[in-house]
Design a binder for this molecule. Structure first.
Ligand code: XIL
Length: 326
């Protein structure tokens, strides 16, 4: 965080248990990170599991910790098809809600959450993963299996941004998605954000999740950043983790090998060099965890070791590689 402070904040996704300066995770956070995001506890189903009953304890703990230690908070996320309670989508008989009810509930949720953290959460992922994914032929634009899309149509995206902006006009508002560096998705994100800007929808930036691999292509990242630059929006890398496996590699290891270390040093050096080269448009870089002991990518027998800190939260060779760039 110190070395990059003139470029962008360095963030980590955390649990409420991490938000404690007396834990090893809390100490690592204070040493290395200038921003935090709740990995799960600010998602719709966590804040409003049942209609009208909000549960704030976990999210509050993170926000409180951040305030006490002068750390920024990135909010994640307000509108998503996943980790959202069924009552937001279906009635008692399991039928999809009407557009009117759906929009009402969306507005209530966004307004309540954003208002509560007004001034404390500086940026929000307002809409997460609205676009269809694996689509090399470019035939389907929106993720049609999203209940939000089914209930409301594409305008749910516009509405979500308007509600968030009304609740906190100073918060930076982001559209967030994964696989953004691949042509078929990259262009859709571009088209979507272009449409929102043309319609004067209050959007500030694009969140590129950054669930990458050691083999991720530099050219893909640069091409994407060049394209998004044309939109005049900020870019944040919101969920960075760089798995030690090459894309499509099905093998797995429980230990961090020399080969992993070499590949990962190269990958992280490349990625942070690119981010520095584009630091005029990049306003934040968040890792989707703190150290290799806690990552959503791990599977039995197959650890992903995706971060710059190891399982004991000590710097890995890749960490020093990144440090050398600035
Ligand atoms: C993941 C969390 O890391 C997991 O703990 C949870 O079980 C599922 O969600 N894209 C997103 C994040 O926007 O919210 C997801 O986080 C990872 C993919």
């Amino acid at each position: 965080k110190e070395l990059f402070k003139d470029y962008f904040p360095i963030g980590a996704a955390i649990t409420p248990q991490h938000a404690d300066p007396n834990t090893v995770h809390g100490k690592a956070l204070l040493e290395h990170f200038s921003s935090v995001t709740a990995e799960n506890v600010m998602k719709p189903d966590q804040l409003q599991r049942n209609k009208g009953t909000f549960t704030w304890d976990n999210a509050d703990k993170i926000v409180q910790f951040a305030k006490e230690h002068n750390i920024k908070v990135r909010g994640h996320c307000l509108t998503w098809h996943s980790q959202t309670s069924d009552w937001m989508f279906y009635d008692e008989d399991g039928a999809l809600l009407s557009k009117e009810i759906a929009l009402d509930q969306l507005k209530e949720h966004i307004n309540t959450v954003v208002s509560r953290y007004k001034g404390d959460v500086y940026a929000w992922d307002v809409v997460n993963e609205a676009l269809y994914d694996w689509d090399p032929d470019g035939l389907i634009f929106y993720r049609e299996d999203s209940p939000w899309y089914q209930m409301i149509g594409e305008s749910y995206i516009d509405s979500a941004f308007v509600y968030a902006h009304r609740a906190d006009p100073d918060a930076k508002l982001f559209y967030n998605d994964y696989n953004s560096i691949f042509g078929w998705k990259r262009d859709k994100i571009f088209e979507l954000v272009k449409r929102l800007k043309e319609n004067d929808i209050p959007i500030d930036g694009i969140g590129m999740q950054g669930h990458w691999f050691v083999g991720t292509s530099e050219e893909d990242i640069r091409t994407t950043l060049d394209l998004y630059r044309q939109l005049g929006v900020e870019i944040q890398i919101t969920e960075l983790d760089v798995s030690v496996y090459l894309s499509g590699d099905e093998t797995g290891s429980e230990s961090y090998t020399e080969a992993f270390s070499i590949r990962q040093k190269q990958a992280y050096r490349m990625i942070f060099q690119v981010l520095l080269d584009y630091s005029d448009i990049i306003s934040g870089v968040t890792f989707w965890g703190i150290g290799d002991d806690g990552t959503w990518l791990d599977k039995p027998g197959r650890k992903a070791f995706p971060f710059l800190l190891d399982e004991n939260l000590q710097p890995k060779p890749a960490y020093f590689e990144v440090q050398d760039l600035v």
